[in-house]
Ligand binder design. Structure first.
Ligand SMILES: C[S@@+](CC[C@H](N)C(=O)[O-])C[C@H]1O[C@@H](n2cnc3c(N)ncnc32)[C@H](O)[C@@H]1O
Length: 288
């Protein structure tokens, strides 16, 4: 948990901790702080913005953390909207320390599958068990690497491909090799019926190395020792929104800044901006 991509899950949890304590919070996650307190690597990380010398001007704990707060809120809304219809299965791909099972109000007959690597899910289980946290939905952890045979793991856990489902890949795809992303998108298509939905975060290809010296990547590297560009896959990125459209899905592509305007708070564009290439994609598979 303390190394590599697992560490990025802690970064997002730390950002949610700060967001939770903001007076104008976009999303509340009371569990996030417990994850960061349980991981020695986060011992020096702030839990409130007023513990950050530059406050909102800090590229990591100000702007980047706010980005994660906004992303959390937008995808909370997407998931709850998506289960207001017929879909009752939710699959979180690269779930990390996502606590939506514990903090959102789900329809009672929903089931939520959380896929991540075993070490990340074991750490999450340990912390949540220590808090006696109770999920508000039937929750099934599916420890598997998304570069391996995750379909067998998911169906063995009880996922039913003949019923509609909602999928989320939040902060995940750019860690995967291109072929694993394409396999993932193709597989979601194969495992879904009409009426299903998928949201994912992608990065435009040019973003990956062009912004190495951006304030966000530099601050993340220098303040907490996470070199995000080292962890991202460097190969060419597939056009997954285009691939889904070719399979008959609808897909709308947004910048995070679209939602900053919608919510009246969040990051705005800036020069040499690591967030410039980030896209949030919302895809729906039509009913036959
Ligand atoms: C930046 S975190 C995001 C976690 C969560 N979706 C969120 O937004 O809070 C990325 C997550 O993807 C997971 N991940 C990355 N590559 C993976 C792989 N090959 N198989 C399974 N999980 C993976 C990591 O373990 C980590 O938990």
């Amino acid at each position: 948990m303390d190394g590599g991509v697992g560490l990025t899950a802690l970064l997002v949890a730390a950002a949610r901790t700060i967001e939770t304590h903001r007076h104008d919070s976009l999303a509340q996650d009371v569990y996030a702080e417990h994850f960061t307190r349980a991981a020695p690597v986060c011992a020096d990380w702030p839990v409130r913005l007023d513990g950050v010398p530059d406050g909102d001007a800090d590229p990591l704990w100000g702007r980047f953390a706010r980005y994660f707060g906004l992303r959390t809120r937008v995808l909370d809304d997407f998931l709850l909207r998506s289960v207001s219809g017929d879909a009752r299965q939710v699959v979180l791909l690269g779930a990390g320390l996502d606590t939506r099972a514990f903090r959102l109000e789900w329809p009672p007959d929903c089931v939520l599958f959380e896929i991540d690597r075993a070490g990340v899910l074991a750490f999450k289980h340990r912390v949540l068990t220590g808090l006696s946290a109770v999920p508000k939905v039937r929750r099934l952890a599916v420890p598997v690497d998304l570069r391996a045979d995750w379909v067998t793991a998911l169906t063995t856990a009880g996922f039913d491909p003949s019923a509609p489902s909602v999928w989320l890949a939040e902060g995940l795809l750019f860690y995967l090799p291109s072929r694993a992303e394409t396999y993932l998108i193709d597989t979601v298509d194969l495992l879904t019926t009409g009426g299903s939905a998928l949201a994912f975060e992608a990065k435009l290809e040019k973003d990956l190395l062009a912004y190495r010296d951006s304030a966000i990547y530099t601050a993340t590297r220098e303040q907490i020792g996470i070199d995000l560009l080292d962890l991202f896959d460097k190969g060419p990125r597939p056009d997954s929104a285009g691939d889904l459209r070719a399979k008959g899905w609808s897909a709308s592509v947004h910048t995070p800044f679209d939602f900053t305007h919608r919510h009246g708070r969040g990051p705005l564009p800036e020069p040499n901006d690591a967030l410039e290439g980030n896209r949030w994609v919302f895809a729906h598979k039509p009913l036959p």
